[in-house]
Design a protein around this ligand. Structure first.
Ligand code: NDP
Length: 329
């Protein structure tokens, strides 16, 4: 396993990490969670991603029970939660000081840990001043409940504002952002955040490297009954898959598959390796519903070295979505 600094922080995360969105509870029970987390950990994965919103807290409960059973030393792994969608009541949502604190305590109880290594604001909250959220996160850091805090799907401006407020007021600034990044979604990571890597040393823990499985190539043959696209609660994902844009993505995944097989890799491995090839990516969060998927995806580490200029150009021709170069100031 390769390790990378989380932005300019001293924390070294495994280049591949493991998350539980959709999967834990809906597709992965306690026994499977233990199996998958052990497989990941034994391969060198040291970061496990979660959120209060995942399966309404059950994803964190399953991960917490798995961590208890696995009994790993607390100094050998990192675990995250995210705050934003806690419940239906106004006090249970968003990024107010109150919900940030309540959600942290609830996540700690569900995960059965004394502190969160990483704690994310799951989305921006336009109804709460950024200063209030920065101070709330700083207080959790001071209380020893959170080590590094960050954002998810915030704009570059919002992240820069949070950072500026923290610096001006002597509070802990955000360390990392969790954006979607894959061969179909590139704008934020490659263009919008370009300044932030250099100026504030932003780290990135990127999500959906396979665009919810499309970049495994499997959807060219229809939707398997056991896949997330077949879950009734995730009909919106299936609607996206069946849209004109979704079907264009499926066709591109088939073309990427031909290139992958020339390299002796699978489509999923090529797609994940392509994310890893970006040095501004601190860690690629994998999702998997079976040991076979996870084993295959962990194999992406060996494919990175095969992505030479010619291969990267062939990929660009297939996906045809290279963002414009970032603006220079
Ligand atoms: P991916 O895009 O990699 O999708 C993972 C899913 O694709 C698996 O659950 C599986 O679904 C399918 N799959 C994975 N590998 C293979 C394979 N080799 N062959 C065939 N199918 C495969 O990642 P996720 O969307 O799961 O995101 C990863 C993590 O990122 C999440 O767990 C979460 O921690 C984080 N995340 C964060 C978000 C945020 O807003 N901050 C949003 C979304 C995710 P199946 O078997 O059902 O087909």
């Amino acid at each position: 396993m390769q390790h990378r600094s989380l932005g300019k922080s001293g924390l070294k995360l495994s280049a591949l990490s493991f998350g539980s969105w959709v999967t834990f509870k809906n597709q992965v029970d306690d026994a499977a969670a233990v199996e998958l987390m052990k497989l990941a950990y034994d391969a060198g994965v040291n970061f496990f991603d979660n959120a209060e919103a995942y399966a309404a807290g059950d994803s964190e409960r399953i991960m917490g029970r798995a961590l208890k059973r696995l009994g790993w030393g607390r100094d050998t792994f990192t675990v995250s939660s995210k705050v934003f969608w806690g419940g239906k009541l106004p006090t249970q949502r968003g990024l107010s000081r109150k919900h940030v604190r309540d959600a942290c305590d609830a996540a700690l109880a569900r995960l059965q840990v004394e502190y969160l290594d990483l704690y994310f604001c799951h989305r921006p909250d336009l109804e709460t001043p950024i200063e209030e959220t920065v101070r709330a996160m700083h207080e959790l850091v001071m209380a020893g409940k959170v080590l590094y805090w960050g954002t998810s799907e915030w704009s570059a401006d919002q992240i820069a504002q949070a950072h500026g407020i923290a610096r001006a007021m002597g509070l802990t600034p955000p360390t990392m952002e969790q954006p979607q990044y894959n061969l179909f979604v590139r704008e934020k990571v490659e263009r919008e955040f370009a300044q932030l890597y250099a100026t504030i040393g932003l780290g990135t823990t990127i999500w959906s490297p396979l665009a919810s499985g499309i970049l495994s190539g499997k959807y060219a043959k229809g939707v398997p009954a056991d896949s997330r696209m077949a879950l009734p609660e995730y009909q919106w994902l299936r609607d996206e898959l069946e849209s004109a844009e979704g079907q264009a993505r499926v066709r591109k995944a088939v073309e990427l598959g031909r290139l992958a097989s020339d390299l002796g890799a699978t489509t999923a491995q090529l797609a994940i390796a392509w994310c890893l090839a970006n040095p501004n990516v601190s860690t690629v969060i994998l999702g998997a519903t079976s040991a076979a998927q996870l084993r295959e995806n962990l194999g992406a580490l060996e494919v990175v070295a095969k992505l030479n200029t010619a291969v990267l150009e062939r990929i660009e021709t297939i996906v045809a979505n290279k963002p414009a170069p970032p603006p220079r100031y």
